[in-house]
Structure formats: C-alpha cells, structure tokens
Design a protein around this ligand. Structure first.
Ligand code: UD1
Length: 370
C-alpha cells in the first residue's frame, strides 16, 4: 500500500485535512465564535465515509450537526455505515429518496432549507457529487450561508452524467472548495473559480490509512464467501449509464460471463432493481463462479479490494481506494475523474468484455502513486 508523500498525485493528507480546513477559513474562523455552528449535509454511502474522517474533528472544534437527507435508507446502505464508522446520529433524517433526479433534488431543497433556517449554521459542508450534495449547497447558498464543498473540482467532462451536473453546480455555489488533487484544483481554476480554493488532500485516503491495520486483520469476509486471497475478483456496478439501460446491462452480463475466476459481486439496490425490471436476474444468478451478496460495509469492501486479484468497478471511490491498496482496477467506464490513477494500475475498459479478458490474462498490478 502507498504511504508516501506526493506533491502531484493524490496527496497523502494524514492528519492534514482538518488543518487545511482550519487554515482555509481564516475569515470565518476569526469572525466565527469558537463554538460556531457547522452543518454537514449527507445522504449517500460515500458521504458517510468522508464524514467519518472529518466528523470527530469538527465536533471537537465546532457545534457540528448532521442532516441526513435519507437518499440512501436500506440498513446496509446507511445504518450499517453509521454504526461501523461510529458516526454520531444525524440531528434529523429527512427521509427523501427515490423518484427522478429533479423530484428528489427539489424535495431535498425545500426540506433542507427549513432545517437550515432553524439550525442557523455559520457554514454548511457538502460532500462529493450526489443529489444530496447539490440540494445541500443550493439550499445554503439561497439562504446566504457559506458552503464548503469537500471533493471540489473533480470532473469527468461527461456533461450529461448526473454526478458531473451536481459537482459543477455545487462548486459554483461554494465559498470554500476543498480540492483533493492537483488536477481538481486545475479544473476549478479553468472554470474561473479562483477564490476559496484549498488543495486539501483526500479524506478517503486518510480514512483508509487509519483503517489499514483493521483491513489486514479482517479475514472474515474471505471465509464467509469461501474465497482465497489473490484468487478472486471484486466487482461493483451501479452507475446509471451502466445499469439503467437494458443494452448496457446485457453488455455487463457478457462481461461477467468471461471473468476467469470466482467473483464477489455486492449488488447495489439500483442494479438489482434494473436486473429484475429487465428480466435479467435469473441469467445473472446462474453465472458460474459469481458470488452475489448484499452491499458490504466499509471495512469489508476495503478488505475484499485489498485481497482481490483485481477490482472491476464503476465507482469513483473504490477505483482510487484499490490503487491505494495496491490492487489493479478495471474501471467500467470510458473516463475517470481520478486521472492520477491512470497508468498506475487503473485501466479504463468501459463494458468491453474482450478488453477485460485480455487484461485479466496478464499479470496486471497497481503501482504506487508518486
Ligand atoms: C447515488 C449517487 C451516486 C453515488 C451512489 C453511491 C446521485 C445522482 N447518485 O447513486 O453518485 O455513486 O449514490 O451508492 O446522487 N435504493 C434503495 N435503497 C437504498 C438506496 C437506494 O433501494 O438504500 C434505490 C432507490 O430507491 C433508487 C435506486 O436505488 O431507486 C438508486 O438510488 P439513488 O439514491 O437514486 O442513486 P444511486 O444509484 O444510489
């Protein structure tokens, strides 16, 4: 696993992020009283992970409250993360999920606004690029409350991707932009964003680093699914572009059918729904060597990624985590926001089963980031 310092790639920010946060808000820091109020708006799985790292620091220095939009609500998509990552209970859960992007975002906007009016925070923090992120940022900006965006400046340059819309708009609504990488900083600048930019390093790296001893100890996931270190693949897929269209899902199934070794596939609720809707569930469940399971918690996901021969995924976070862990990644997309990982063990394969077959026949490895 990579533990070195980097000046150009994804920075090692062990212990650094809170400091960056403190440095980044000198204006607010001085005008804000010591126990000023910060509200974090979260709602989806990757946001709980980011909050786990920052939450304890925020709680020490500020009056910190969590608004959970309810975007993710199954126990293994939300409650399990709060328990395992020891997150404090959200002050309120708005229970808003499902529906079209517009409906979901609109309902969140109105409910978050009400909560912010009663909480009166001095700063609202939003995380990543989900509908929750955009709704949180827009609600705060409309109330003239400063917004801090964690993971600002990330771009796929695919303009119709829901996450790209969310991240672009959120960046332009934010007062403080916490850019994890040099590339994200450059992207923000290229869009004319020049104020409040902070090259903060990557919170997810920080959490992964802290979790490393537990990952190395945790073999229960291997035992539970009867898989051996180095002799299985980990697969995840949930992007709308890959699973919301029947043709794309068929390509995904073709790809799974060529995988040459046991494959653990924790299935996202969106993917499961679509497979059922398109009557493809039976075909999937009959694939030899495929081990289907419910979504995994943080530690089990990273343990599986650590011990896997390779990871196949369309998740942004897992792509990068696998490289941190020294595991090669086949990214089921044609582009990535984490450009630092390209050439270091991250291969963009889209849903091309031939490319996947060719790569897995080779001894692919991940190189540490610089
Ligand atoms: C969302 C984010 C995506 C992020 C992903 C992490 C947006 C636009 N997308 O995608 O960026 O990578 O979270 O997982 O915000 N569902 C359940 N149970 C749950 C959660 C969802 O059954 O606990 C169902 C929903 O009802 C919905 C579908 O899964 O039908 C998709 O959920 P949604 O929150 O819209 O988007 P994700 O695909 O999870």
């Amino acid at each position: 696993m990579y533990l070195g310092k980097s000046t150009d790639g994804i920075r090692d920010c062990r212990g650094g992020f809170p400091l960056e946060l403190e440095r980044a808000i000198p204006y607010y820091w001085h005008t804000m009283k010591r126990r000023s109020r910060i509200v974090s708006v979260v709602g989806a799985r990757p946001q709980f992970v980011k909050l786990a790292c920052l939450g304890p620091v925020l709680a020490k220095r500020f009056h910190h409250a969590i608004i959970h939009t309810g975007q993710h609500y199954d126990s293994n998509m939300s409650g399990m993360f709060f328990r395992q990552l020891r997150l404090p209970k959200a002050k309120i859960n708005l229970k808003i999920s499902g529906g079209s992007h517009g409906v979901m975002t609109g309902r969140m906007l109105s409910a978050i606004e009400k909560t912010l009016v009663s909480e009166k925070p001095d700063l609202v923090l939003v995380y990543g690029d989900t509908n929750t992120t955009l709704a949180g940022a827009l609600s705060a900006a409309k109330l003239s409350i400063p917004v801090g965006h964690i993971e600002a400046g990330m771009r796929s340059f695919v303009t119709d991707m829901p996450e790209e819309i969310n991240r672009r708009l959120t960046d332009h609504l934010s007062t403080l932009l916490f850019c994890p990488t040099a590339a994200s900083l450059k992207n923000a600048r290229a869009e004319g964003l020049s104020k409040g930019l902070v090259h903060s390093g990557d919170l997810m790296y920080e959490l992964l680093h802290n979790s490393m001893p537990a990952i190395r100890r945790n073999r229960s996931i291997l035992k539970k699914y009867g898989i051996e270190a180095g002799r299985f693949l980990l697969l995840t897929a949930h992007r709308a572009a890959n699973v919301d269209d029947r043709e794309q899902l068929l390509k995904l199934l073709d790809l799974i059918e060529v995988l040459p070794m046991p494959t653990l596939f924790p299935i996202h609720p969106r993917t499961k729904k679509r497979l059922r809707q398109f009557r493809l569930w039976t075909r999937l469940s009959r694939i030899d060597g495929l081990i289907l399971c419910d979504p995994l918690g943080y530690l089990d996901t990273l343990t599986a990624a650590h011990f896997a021969r390779a990871v196949l995924t369309d998740s942004g976070g897992l792509q990068k985590e696998a490289i941190f862990l020294g595991t090669a990644v086949l990214t089921l997309r044609d582009e990535t926001e984490w450009v630092e990982t390209l050439g270091r063990g991250n291969h963009l394969v889209g849903l091309d089963s031939r490319k996947v077959g060719r790569l897995l026949a080779r001894d692919i490895k991940a190189n540490p980031l610089p």
